[in-house]
Design a protein around this ligand. Structure first.
Ligand SMILES: *Cc1c(COP(=O)(O)O)cnc(C)c1O
Length: 359
């Protein structure tokens, strides 16, 4: 039987995307957001590649992700943990908690005062997401009494945009105004504002530290315009078997698709258990040497079927590109699955061989 499905991740392209974003964010610094295992592509590989390129600031979502990233990149760069953590829970990893509530502020400030060493942290204020971050009432309390921050070494104040991928959305300007007002009431400190899409919104969204994630991984941060970022991944899946069926033959679970002509079906070795979403059933394409082949019938757990009648040169063992090829970028696959490229990447399975291109 042929080799396993292969996920190819081009680290040089991720680094090149980061360099482009770093130039765009200048004179501010530009972080690398590597939460969720670098959006499914492998934080243990992406982190060190960005570090070697000069990235000095990283963000993860979870404490455990931060500890693993520190082991991968070594001492030095800031690793912000967006979900925060209890004082001291990071052990020797020297992580930087994002303080998301007055309770977080109080706990870390008290720990810093008790230790006599101010605790490094990032202060998160909510300006329109209503998920995490100090709300208006909490912000008012801190603004009225900066003594609440004693014991903290605040490296940044940050906020997060809700609608940055919709440049005309009024939330963007509203959040910029609220963020500026919040910062005016706090002790002077550096600011961290834009995510990937926010970096394309103009000068009002510039800050001391941008936090791009998706754009590093080739997702289009400007959905209304051609993608300015390089593609960084390809999922290539071998054809297990070819079979010629007669017109009228149904294919797959539920017999939802029936050949309307004599058809050659290629069955490939990946399915929804590999993150090739079942909602793609009947409406995706794969790429073979620059040409598209349509997915037919339902995606199964480990197998997916394509109509390759028009490409008779395809042989068993040949590889179709299911994600990351022409017509099947993560964004395009996401759209066909009724979701977004972010979810396509973060759903990528664990059963592939992974190959990292290092240039
Ligand atoms: C995930 C995340 C980012 C990165 O967002 P992208 O849209 O992927 O660039 C930045 N900031 C915060 C707070 C996040 O949660």
């Amino acid at each position: 039987m042929s080799a396993a499905a292969t996920l190819m991740v081009d680290l040089t392209a991720i680094v090149a995307n980061w360099r482009d974003l770093a130039a765009r964010g200048a004179p501010g610094a530009v972080a690398g957001v590597v939460k969720a295992d670098a959006y499914g592509l492998g934080a243990a590989e992406v982190g060190p590649a960005l570090r070697a390129a000069g990235c000095r600031h990283f963000f993860v979502a979870l404490l455990g992700e931060g500890i693993a990233l520190r082991a991968a990149i070594g001492p030095g760069p800031m690793i912000g943990v967006l979900g925060g953590f209890a004082p001291g829970a990071d052990g020797d990893a020297a992580l930087t908690p994002v303080l998301n509530s007055l309770g977080d502020v109080a706990a870390h400030a008290a720990a810093g005062r008790a230790a006599g060493v101010a605790r490094r942290a990032i202060l998160h204020v909510d300006t329109g997401m209503a998920r995490l971050g100090l709300d208006a009432a909490e912000l008012a309390l801190v603004s009225a009494d900066h003594g609440m921050l004693a014991g903290l070494d605040l490296h940044y104040v940050m906020t997060h945009l809700a609608c940055a991928d919709e440049p005309a959305h009024p939330m963007n300007a509203a959040q910029a105004t609220r963020f500026a007002a919040a910062c005016a009431g706090l002790p002077k400190m550096r600011r961290s504002f834009a995510n990937s899409s926010g970096m394309f919104l103009g000068a009002d969204f510039a800050s001391d530290l941008a936090r791009p994630g998706c754009a590093l991984y080739g997702i289009n941060p400007t959905p209304d315009h051609p993608n300015p970022m390089r593609p960084v991944m390809r999922l290539e899946v071998p054809v297990l078997q070819l079979r010629d069926i007669l017109a009228g033959t149904p294919v797959g679970y539920g017999a939802t698709w029936t050949a309307s002509r004599p058809t050659r079906i290629a069955t490939v070795a990946a399915g929804y258990a590999d993150g090739y979403l079942r909602s793609l059933s009947g409406h995706a394409v794969a790429e073979f040497r620059g040409r598209s082949v349509p997915l037919v019938a339902r995606v199964s757990m480990d197998l997916t079927t394509f109509d390759v009648t028009d490409l008779p040169e395809i042989a068993p063992g040949d590889r179709l590109t299911l994600i990351g090829g022409d017509g099947c970028s993560p964004d395009e696959v996401g759209a066909r699955a009724g979701t977004i490229g972010y979810e396509v990447l973060t759903s990528l399975g664990a059963r592939y061989a992974r190959e990292y291109l290092r240039g």
